[in-house]
Structures are given as C-alpha cells and as structure tokens.
Design a protein around this ligand. Structure first.
Ligand code: BG6
Length: 522
C-alpha cells in the first residue's frame, strides 16, 4: 500500500526558479488517519478532498495515511470513492484525478454512514480506524475534521469520547480535532462550545480553522514585518496615519441564505478573518516563531483593542445591505430577494468598523476594517497609510504630494505594493505618486496552494501556528459583541443601502470622513 507516486508542484518552471532553490521537502512524517465529519457536504467536495488529493500529488502526505468520510448520507465506501473522484475532477486545482495516483489514493478512502448522535455508527468508525491502523499502517494517529453545521460539534465530540475515540483513550498515537468556523455565534455560545470541546480535547489538540490564515500572502505579513529591517521602524504611531483592512467579495449569499441571514458580515467575516489580519499586522514581534509565541502576541494585541463605546457605535461602525445591481455586466437580485432570506431581513451584508489599539505602538491610530458581499470587486488587502511629509520642499503648484502607502495584497492579486513620490522627467520638479510592486506568482514562479491544503497539512504535522487559539477567539467575540447587540436591537431603515456591484454604503464613507480619511477604491 505504500506505492510512491511522485509529482512536482505542477507549475511550469516552478522548481527551476532560483528563488525556490534549497526549499526543503515538506513531506509529513507521522502516519495518520483523517476523518471528515460531514463528508457529503459542500466543503468536503469543493475544498477538503481536492486539498487531500493535491497534498498527495505534491508528495506532502505521509507514506501511510487513511481518509475516512462520516455522514448521514446513505453511501457505501464505493459511493464515497466515486463521489470524491467526481469532486476532484471538478474542483481540484491540478485538474481531473489521474491514475496511478488516483487508484492508490482511492484505496485509502473509506466511508461510515450514520447519524451524528448514533453511538453504533461511532463504533463502526472506531472499527474502521483500527482496520486502517492494521492495514494501512496509520499508527493510531487521528485527525478529526468537523465540517458539519456548528450545532453538531458538541454532539460529535461527545460521541467520539463515548466510543473511546477521544485523546485519553488513544494509547498508541495522537488525536487532534479541526473545527470549522464559526466558533460560536456570539460570546456566550462560543464559551459554551469551548466548554464542550475542552471536556474531551485539551487546547493543544484543537485546531480552529480560519482559512484566511492559510493564504500565502497572509503568512507573508510576518515575513514582511520581521524578516526585513526597513519596515518595522516605521510600523507605529509616529509614522502610520491609519490602517485599512478590506475583505470584499462580488459573490452574494449563493445557497447559504439560511445560514447567512442569521449571521451577517460582522460574524461571518469581521469577527474571525478580518480580526486575524488585524492581529498579524499590529502584533509585537514574537520572541520566537513557535505557534504559542506567535499566538501569545496575537492575543495581546487583541486584548489591547479599545472596547467599543456603546454611545459611539453608530459613529464608529457602518452596516449595509445590498440591493439589486450589476456584477460583471449582469443584473443580480438584492439580498432580500435571495433564496432562504427573510424578505424584510435586517441582516448586514456589509460591515465597517473603526478600532483603536490602546498600546504604545498604536495609540490613536485608527484601524478601519470593512467586509462586504456583492461589492464592485473581490479584494482582500491591508493598506498601511503613512503620515505626510513634515515639510514640503518639492512639487510645482497643483502637484499633490501623496502619503506613502504600503499595501499587502491578499487576493485576488497576491503581493506587496509600495506607493511613493517620484519626480516626473523634465526640467521642472513635478512630483507624482508611483508604485513599486512585487507579485508572488511571477516572483516565485508558483501558484500558491489553496489555504485548506496548507492548513490540513499543518494540523497533520501538529503545527498550530495558523490556527486560532481559544483566547483570541474569545477576545474577538468580546470586541464585536457591543456592535452585534446594537445592530440587532435596531432596524436599519435605510436597508438596502448599497447597490450590488458598488463600493458599499455611503454611511461607511461618512464614518471615515469623520476622521478625515477615505476608503481606498476596491
Ligand atoms: C467564509 C465566509 O468564511 O469566507 C463566506 O463564510 C465568504 O461567506 C468566504 O464568502 C470568503 O473566503 P475567500 O477565501 O473567498 O475570501
């Protein structure tokens, strides 16, 4: 069963690029079983199984591994294999599944059918895991991946424990659990979930996914800050005027109206993805790059966030909901017309928040966060806007001397861009803003692996750096709760207040204007 089928990273010229020379193999050493709960769901189909397949294709999976699907779907193992082949054919970044790699991969897939509270099904799961240990040499190591609705997380964890599948009963190997977001729907439910998780899993075994942390340019934030000398001296209140963190999308709520209408942009994006970006960009240098040292710094900076002043929430936040509009030249319906959305919904599809960090580095520097669906462009970026020059020496009348801006581009472009002033060629000292750009794809000659590939691989390795620790999750909930409560208790009569395909609601522009600032065009 340990046939080796090797492949390169699949990118022309990828390995030949001198910038990648000497990059060590990233093969995972521990054998392991990965169990996907909710195996017939969309996430497994679109993301997780293609990620597993590509980890194999890239030779990152250990030699001995097994993949188990668990769901209510009435599948047998053969159906699971067929279904997963189809999903790889359709969604894998490397194209359709190919032999001999596929047939080797398929042999390691097995399926357990059952409901998530059925003790008998968990016994079968245990039997299959033990069979895998014996036949595939998976060594008793287990990684559970909860890709089900969050309401089932607690039940699954209880059943795992009852079936002797928790860490305390595993005498031969390790047991870890990956938990999808959202981790709770507010502070109280997050705490309740944490209590359930902790009954069975120690914090060290818990890997809370925030897929933004698996994106290459997000990981590069730390490299940019702490592997260079030129940025960090300026990375503080003396030189930084404001920071803008943006995560906008052109998609609407698609098939997820039922979930989204109870969530909204603040819970869906700001509390997790955007707050994680803020933590990475604002934290102090960790004493070493270990998971806990990094996560200590993230927690510290989140705990330095100034609590929202309830009397200022309407001034320091903005919410929006999209109405009908045009995306990519095509008319699209408004949010309230989407399937499974309340036609009178008060749920925000756009959220903007101004935050302040009460510490020495950042005192009084506004951090403007925004996220929205059905916006003009998909765009995730962090923009550091530096202060203006202290004294103007150059520039003819009418020339403006723009502030320097450093932009970390997360998606769809991946790179870093620095805006600075330059002289326009000619006899006069005209000044214009120009930019220096670095692009990952052309720089390193590789296409970044999707976040889930990186994250599943890291959890199999036991590296929790890119997973959110409980203290940070709790802190982020504490920060957003006053906003959530204020928004929930008041209907926004202006909804829908931005057209699909636009730059977002005018109230959000007003929020920045109050600080003399402007949103960057998305
Ligand atoms: C998810 C949200 O966490 O992130 C979705 O639930 C959102 O609503 C998605 O569309 C955005 O992810 P990405 O990687 O496309 O920016």
């Amino acid at each position: 069963m340990t046939q080796t089928v090797t492949a390169t990273n699949g990118v022309p010229g990828g390995d030949a690029n001198p910038l990648r020379a000497g990059v060590a193999s990233s093969r995972i050493t521990d054998p392991c079983n990965v169990v996907f709960f909710g195996a017939s769901g969309d996430l497994v189909k679109r993301m997780l199984m293609p990620a597993m397949y590509n980890l194999r294709l890239e030779d990152i999976l250990p030699a001995n591994y097994g993949i188990l699907g668990f769901s209510r779907c009435e599948w047998q193992t053969a159906d699971f294999r067929d279904g997963m082949r189809k999903s790889i054919d359709e969604f894998s970044r490397s194209g359709p599944a190919k032999d001999p790699l596929w047939s080797d991969f398929a042999k390691r897939l097995s399926f357990v059918n059952g409901s998530f509270d059925d003790a008998a099904a968990f016994k079968q799961l245990r039997a299959q895991l033990e069979r895998n240990d014996a036949e595939l040499g998976t060594g008793g190591n287990r990684l559970y991946y909860l890709s089900t609705p969050p309401s089932l997380f607690g039940t699954i964890i209880d059943r795992l424990d009852e079936a002797g599948l928790g860490p305390k009963n595993n005498k031969t190997g390790w047991t870890r659990i990956i938990i999808e977001k959202p981790f709770g729907t507010d502070l109280a439910s997050a705490r309740a979930l944490q209590a359930e998780v902790n009954k069975v899993f120690d914090e060290k075994a818990v890997y809370r996914i925030d897929h933004y942390l698996g994106k290459e340019p997000v990981q590069d934030i730390m490299a940019l800050r702490f592997a260079n000398v030129i940025f960090e001296p300026l990375w503080n209140r003396r030189y930084v005027e404001s920071v803008q963190i943006t995560a906008t999308e052109t998609v609407g709520v698609e098939e997820r109206g039922g979930y989204y209408d109870n969530a909204g942009a603040l819970r869906d994006m700001i509390q997790n993805h955007v707050m994680n970006l803020l933590a990475l960009v604002a934290m102090e240098p960790p004493v070493s790059p270990t998971a806990d040292n990094i996560r200590d710094e993230k927690f510290k900076v989140l705990s330095a966030l100034r609590p929202m002043d309830r009397s200022r929430i309407m001034l320091d936040t903005a919410r929006g909901q999209y109405g009908a509009g045009t995306i990519g030249g095509k008319p699209v319906p408004g949010y309230r017309e989407e399937p499974n959305v309340n036609p009178k919904s008060n749920t925000e599809t756009y959220a903007a928040v101004k935050l302040l960090i009460d510490n020495w580095r950042w005192a009084d520097v506004p951090f403007f966060l925004r996220s929205g669906k059905r916006m003009a462009r998909k765009n995730s970026e962090i923009a550091i806007r530096f202060k203006g020059i202290p004294h103007r020496l150059f520039g003819e009348t009418g020339d403006s001397i723009d502030n320097n801006v450093l932009v970390m581009k997360i998606q769809p472009e991946e790179g870093v861009s620095l805006r600075f002033s330059a002289k326009v060629p000619g006899p006069k000292m005209h000044i214009r803003a120009v930019s220096m750009d670095f692009n990952y794809g052309t720089g390193f000659g590789v296409v970044s692996a999707p976040a889930y590939e990186r994250l599943i691989g890291d959890a199999m390795r036991g590296d929790a750096t890119l997973f959110t620790r409980w203290d940070a999750v709790q802190q982020a909930w504490e920060q957003v709760m006053p906003i959530l409560e204020t928004w929930q208790s008041s209907t926004d009569e202006t909804f829908p207040n931005y057209a699909a395909g636009s730059q977002g609601p005018a109230s959000s522009d007003r929020m920045l204007a109050a600080d003399g600032a402007e949103w960057r065009k998305i």
